[in-house]
Design a protein around this ligand. Structure first.
Ligand code: ZN
Length: 404
């Protein structure tokens, strides 16, 4: 696989270079022959960018698009009575897989090579997603949650109970079926249960993730049950690799995330669609947090990361309140090179010798070829129609009919 006279966003800083050649050897980038730095389109109109990572999805609800319209976060998404869980329980794996495949295809058509899925339905859920992902060929990182809640609400409020042996066995089975553990909120388990999950995932070398501060209820209920907010509780007793949302994080909580060194994930379109505030993109980026970007539930939001990048850039510009900041590559990094801090073998950038995970874009069209700022156009103007190929480890997982 080889491309000539193309633009390539090079290295972790995503610097645009005009290159005489971009060459793939097997699953690795064999050569990027740079000619000169340029932020316009030189050559034949091919632009090669790192493959995008969508760092927060729930693809399991692909079969109920927009079903939560008109419902609150609690009514739509919380266990045990939320719409999502009620509807998921009605479906067989055979019914779920084709819907998930269709939405994963939407992801690869829009330049996404991998995603972190916060999968419901325990081991069964992980296996359903794996079956769908194998059909599409993208990199699905699966973080599982319990099939049913381990504790009732009275036990949660006492905050003392341990996980039963049955749940400890389910945890081991989930960690064997997927890549790690996630839960909806810190308020879904007791402190001793979180401590056990932390210990067990560390023993088995698996990932830990959690949603924090998606709305004020997360913090308030945590204060009631554990005398601490959900973010500080997550950092102290669970030490996750990834904390999703931070939507209503105040300044003190933003500093806590930065001091912890834990990677966060913004989901601005999903937050907006639930009528929640927009996340503090400026605050967390300026404070130095390592942040990623996700589209959240398939039923709540289109899983197209190109659209998420456009929205996020504009929200960030508005929050910074000036014409300069942030530069577009800072937003593009949320879907590319920032991933490496959590997954050292997934580089999220392009360089000789790194995995060949990239997207080939068509900037030869009259709509795009005259851009005066390639990085801004890549971040804000693309749709699936501009993607010629999405390549994971040297293999095309999507190719446009227009690509030859
Ligand atoms: Zn989630």
């Amino acid at each position: 696989m080889e491309y000539k006279n193309c633009m390539v966003l090079c290295g972790p800083e995503l610097e645009p270079f005009y290159c005489s050649r971009f060459k793939v050897d097997g699953d690795t980038i064999g050569a990027i022959d740079r000619i000169e730095k340029a932020n316009t389109v030189k050559g034949d109109g091919l632009v090669i960018i790192p493959g995008l990572y969508n760092s927060h999805t729930h693809m399991g609800d692909s079969c109920m698009l927009d079903g939560t319209t008109g419902l609150t976060l609690e009514e739509g998404f919380f266990r045990p009575d939320g719409y999502k869980y009620q509807e998921l329980a009605k479906l067989t794996p055979e019914q779920q897989v084709p819907h998930i495949v269709a939405q994963l295809q939407n992801m690869v058509r829009s330049g996404t090579v991998g995603h972190l899925d916060f999968r419901e339905e325990g081991v069964k859920g992980a296996e359903i997603l794996k079956a769908a992902s194998e059909q599409v060929g993208l990199d699905s990182i699966i973080l599982s949650q319990w099939m049913t809640s381990p504790f009732d609400s009275a036990t949660l409020m006492e905050n003392k109970a341990e996980l039963t042996d049955e749940y400890k066995q389910e945890l081991d089975a989930m960690l064997a079926a997927g890549d790690g553990f996630s839960e909806s909120t810190m308020n879904d388990m007791t402190d001793p249960a979180w401590a056990y999950v932390k210990k067990r995932t560390q023993e088995l070398g698996k990932l830990r993730a959690i949603h924090c501060l998606e709305n004020w209820g997360y913090r308030n209920l945590s204060l009631e049950m554990a005398c601490r907010g959900d973010l500080i509780r997550a950092i102290e007793i669970y030490d996750p690799n990834i904390i999703v949302h931070m939507t209503v994080a105040n300044e003190e909580e933003q500093k806590l995330l930065v001091a912890s060194g834990i990677t966060g994930v913004f989901n601005p379109r999903a937050n907006a669609n639930l009528g929640l505030p927009l996340p503090p993109i400026k605050g967390l980026i300026e404070a130095g947090a390592n942040m990623l970007l996700g589209t959240d539930n398939a039923m709540l939001n289109n899983s197209n990361m190109l659209a998420e990048l456009d929205f996020t850039y504009k929200v960030a510009k508005s929050q910074y309140g000036d014409a300069v900041n942030p530069p577009p590559q800072e937003i593009l990094k949320l879907a590319t090179s920032n991933i490496r801090k959590v997954f050292p073998d997934r580089y999220g950038y392009l360089d000789k010798g790194v995995p060949a995970n990239f997207v080939v874009l068509d900037f030869s069209t009259s709509r795009l070829q005259h851009t005066h700022h390639l990085l801004a156009s890549v971040t804000t103007r693309l749709g699936p129609e501009d993607v010629l190929a999405t390549v994971l480890r040297g293999k095309a997982i999507y190719e446009s009919k227009n690509f030859n």
